[in-house]
Design a protein around this ligand. Structure first.
Ligand SMILES: Cc1cc2nc3c(=O)[nH]c(=O)nc-3n(C[C@H](O)[C@H](O)[C@H](O)COP(=O)(O)OP(=O)(O)OC[C@H]3O[C@@H](n4cnc5c(N)ncnc54)[C@H](O)[C@@H]3O)c2cc1C
Ligand code: FES
Length: 433
């Protein structure tokens, strides 16, 4: 029997790759890898083990229609206790990894291999880790936590080269005034420095290109796009047209333009457009924010859309896409949030669904969420069974009407869904499908 690589992606962004024998259900393959995904009946009757197979071929053993309807099956939802991988697969679960895995994400000891300033504000950091670590296992677009040498701090950075690439992992880091990592990369970093990497994380990853691709990158938001483009070039996934929109404040902040241009020689049909807010003499690109380049022509063929960069850029892009009624299942986004906002457990308790206008009746009764300091609360609020709160730590338990809900800060709203009225800090963050 063949074995396939199955990547499990959890709601908190943690991903892990396991090998699954075709004879094993995904549940059994997980168990063999000491991962206990949520299950109950193990007979395809209760839907506890439901997940979404984002990519790959699979078959399902017998199951009850009440556990998985035809519509859900058509959307590639799966009962993982009945699912057998027939090729490499990516399976997304709507709950946090800690429910299934007792182990912490992998941390590997690594060393800095190279440091180079590549634009007025961007430093390239190459990091060497042992083969067989998560360096080989991440998906293009994902990120890791890097320790900041000489401190107890960690920061998130997106891989800028493809998994399994020869040589070290590559990161592009924007130098901010008074930033902890910024200070390290701009003044102290030297080849040979010890540095730790933890991960991989992220639901922002390359989907198999089956339609045109539109990438919108703000500043170092270009990094994960490079990883995706590298992967596409290496594996010959070059059938689809790619539009890459890159933005920066000033022309001298742009980086990797030669690398981007080289993708055309690697078989990718890529068109790149640049925008800067403060042009210099001789600038012949667009002037303004990168989102100003968005127009109907780029979305008329319903591309997969990848957005990465500072939160305001992503919010502007999502907002424009909303006005175009663009299918948000095709929009994937990664916000480069400052460290103090990333998954902050002490963030205000706001939670809502993303089920769209018809289903979106979030927190009509705030008494369900009375205590901003409490990490987890139980609610019988009638949440839609398929709503996904991207970083909201909400997950279904057995019945689609029962959820544990914890305080969350960044919420994902479909265009048109209602926001909780006057909460100042709600902000959309990323999309899942
Ligand atoms: C999933 C993810 C992936 C990321 N990938 C990358 C990447 O590939 N490349 C990259 O350069 N960054 C990336 N970031 C951002 C990165 O994690 C750090 O937040 C950033 O590099 C600042 O770290 P620092 O230690 O230099 O600054 P800090 O010490 O964290 O912050 C110093 C000051 O700068 C402010 N600040 C922090 N970030 C910003 C910002 N973006 N704009 C304006 N002010 C800010 C802080 O509020 C603080 O006042 C990513 C973030 C996330 C969440
Ligand atoms: S565990 Fe009940 S359907 Fe899979």
């Amino acid at each position: 029997m063949s074995k396939h690589n199955v990547t499990l992606v959890f709601e908190d962004g943690r991903s892990v790759r396991i090998q699954a024998d075709e004879a094993d259900s995904i549940y059994m393959a997980c168990l063999r890898n000491k991962i206990r995904i949520l299950t109950d009946c193990l007979e395809g009757a209760c839907a506890t083990c439901k997940a979404l197979c984002v990519e790959g071929e699979y078959t399902l053993d017998d199951y009850s229609d009440s556990a998985l309807s035809d519509e859900e099956a058509a959307r590639r939802e799966v009962l993982t206790c009945q699912m057998h991988a027939r090729s490499d697969c990516i399976v997304e679960f709507g709950y946090e990894s800690r429910l299934a895995m007792k182990t912490e994400p992998e941390t590997v000891a690594a060393t800095v291999a190279a440091v180079e300033r590549v634009s007025s504000t961007v430093v390239r950091l190459d990091v060497e880790a042992a083969n067989g670590s998560m360096i080989d296992d991440f998906m293009p677009g994902q990120y890791v936590h890097l320790s900041v040498p000489g401190t107890h701090e960690r920061r998130s950075y997106s891989f800028a080269n493809a998994p399994g690439a020869a040589g070290p992992a590559r990161f592009y880091i924007k130098v901010l005034e008074q930033g902890v990592m910024s200070e390290y990369v701009s003044s102290r970093a030297r080849p040979g420095d010890a540095i730790e990497m933890t991960g991989p994380f992220g639901r922002f990853y390359l989907r198999r290109p089956q339609r045109p691709i539109l990438m919108v990158a703000g500043g170092t938001g270009l990094a994960p796009m490079l990883s995706m483009l590298d992967r596409m070039a290496e594996t010959g996934m070059t059938d689809q047209k790619v539009w890459l929109l890159c933005g920066a404040n000033r022309p001298d902040e742009l980086f990797c333009l030669d690398e981007v241009a080289a993708y055309a020689n690697k078989g990718i049909d890529i068109t790149t457009e640049l925008a800067v807010v403060e042009p210099a003499d001789g600038w012949d690109g667009a002037i303004g924010h990168v989102t100003g380049l968005l127009r109907y022509e780029l979305i008329k063929d319903t591309p997969d859309i990848y957005l990465c960069g500072p939160p305001p850029m992503i919010e502007a892009a999502e907002s424009w896409l909303g006005t175009q009624n663009f299918d948000d299942a095709l929009v994937h986004a990664e916000k480069f949030l400052p460290a103090e906002h990333e998954g902050s457990p002490s963030a205000p308790f706001l939670c809502a669904c993303d089920g769209g206008p018809a289903l979106c009746e979030p927190v009509s009764d705030n008494s369900s969420f009375p205590d901003a300091g409490s990490r987890t609360q139980r609610s019988r609020t009638r949440w839609p069974s398929r709503g996904t709160c991207r970083t909201g730590y909400r997950y279904p338990l057995k019945s689609c009407r029962r959820y544990f809900v914890s305080p969350c800060f960044y919420l994902h709203f479909r265009p048109g869904s209602r926001r909780l009225s006057d909460r100042p800090s709600i902000s959309a963050r990323g999309r899942t499908r």
